[in-house]
Ligand binder design. Structure first.
Ligand SMILES: O=C(O)c1ccc[n+]([C@@H]2O[C@H](COP(=O)([O-])O)[C@@H](O)[C@H]2O)c1
Ligand SMILES: Cc1cc2nc[nH]c2cc1C
Length: 338
């Protein structure tokens, strides 16, 4: 059984996003006001505890069952020389994930997360989007469903990450198409191309946007034409997580770009999302601003693999520990005001 077996099913899911539990939010906010600290002094930690309360539907949320889901895909437009690495690295890195040797293996373990790697037809790259849609509708639906399938109801948080040589080019195209602005504003070095490489990326994206200019501006059509399998899988996972009221931690530029087409149509799609970090890829800070998300960390990462999102999980867990374990003014006998 696939979750998104038709375009209508995906659009219906996007049109019926559940909201957080407002009474749990009010109870958690009230508890924050009673804890032994000046009001607001734990800054974002307070907001995180209240956010988690809203999605778990309880005043005192916990975080013991989290999953990092990393989606991998290959892109047809890599023939145009848009990455500092060959497309074969996508499959090689998937083997490295399976062997336990990648950054995300170490960081997921350090964060106490279950790690799930989903390689999406790496032997069959998407079509070069400068000449045709990257995916057929059924391929895009299959990718959306692959993302949804990793989201099980037992999870208390979902970390999304990706691996796909060339995918900063797809991400920039999605941002330009969904959010506007010049292609150059969304285009950066990715894995480390030089200024000539960035100029090549801009030219490739402009050709793609020109080719698809008359297509409908729906989330599905934008993902299908300009995205990739790993990108559509992330979109599917984020929507499925929302249906199950599971909060999502987004990683870098590509994971955020995966939801840009959704956010352009349904701004509330980010309500259950936390931006784990701000990537060094220059378009990411611009994209976070457009999505209305403030990143938890800013460590100069530009790796992908869900690395920055996994790093944010211990901060979220610490926010819940403070929320659950601190004494109230009444319990500690501390004066709560003048
Ligand atoms: O997460 C990010 O912001 C990020 C920024 C730059 C590169 N990446 C990773 O590098 C790959 C894409 O870079 P590129 O140069 O091949 O487009 C892909 O596997 C991403 O996971 C990821
Ligand atoms: C080695 C390597 C590891 C990666 N992890 C995510 N994107 C990547 C790109 C490269 C090139």
């Amino acid at each position: 059984m696939t979750d998104f077996s038709s375009i209508a099913a995906f659009e219906a899911a996007l049109g019926a996003l559940p909201a957080a539990n407002t009474s749990a939010i009010a109870a958690a906010r009230a508890r924050q006001g009673e804890l032994t600290k000046p009001p607001g002094s734990l800054g974002r930690l307070e907001d995180i505890a209240v956010f988690m309360a809203g999605w778990q539907g309880t005043a005192c949320p916990t975080l013991t069952r989290g999953r990092a889901a990393i989606f991998a895909g290959n892109h047809g437009f890599t023939i145009h020389g848009v990455s500092a690495f060959p497309a074969s690295v996508t499959a090689s890195m998937v083997a490295n994930f399976s062997a336990g040797g990648a950054a995300i293996n170490a960081l997921a373990q350090a964060a106490g997360l279950d790690l799930k790697i989903v390689a999406l037809e790496l032997d069959r790259p998407t079509v070069d989007f400068t000449i045709a849609p990257a995916m057929h509708a059924d391929e895009c639906l299959a990718a959306l469903s692959s993302g949804a399938e990793v989201v099980t109801p037992d999870l208390q948080i979902l970390i999304v990450g990706e691996m796909g040589i060339g995918n900063t080019t797809a991400a920039a195209a999605l941002c330009a198409r969904s959010l506007g602005g010049s292609v150059a504003e969304w285009t950066g070095p990715g894995t480390g191309v030089d200024s000539a490489g960035i100029a090549r990326k801009i030219a490739v994206i402009e050709r793609a946007l020109g080719h698809h200019a008359d297509a409908p501006h729906t989330p599905f059509e934008t993902l299908r034409r300009l995205g990739g399998r790993e990108i559509a899988a992330i979109a599917g996972a984020v929507v499925k997580a929302r249906q199950l009221r599971i909060p999502v931690v987004l990683d870098g530029f590509i994971t955020c770009a995966a939801i840009a087409p959704l956010a352009a149509a349904v701004a509330a799609i980010t309500d259950h999302c936390i931006a784990g970090h701000c990537s060094a890829e220059p378009g990411h800070v611009r994209l976070l601003n457009r999505l209305g998300l403030a990143p938890l960390l800013n460590l100069g990462l530009r790796l992908g693999e869900g690395s920055g999102a996994a790093l944010a999980v211990p901060v979220i867990r610490a926010a819940l520990a403070a929320h659950a374990q601190m004494a109230t003014f009444a319990e500690a006998g501390v004066a709560g005001s003048l």
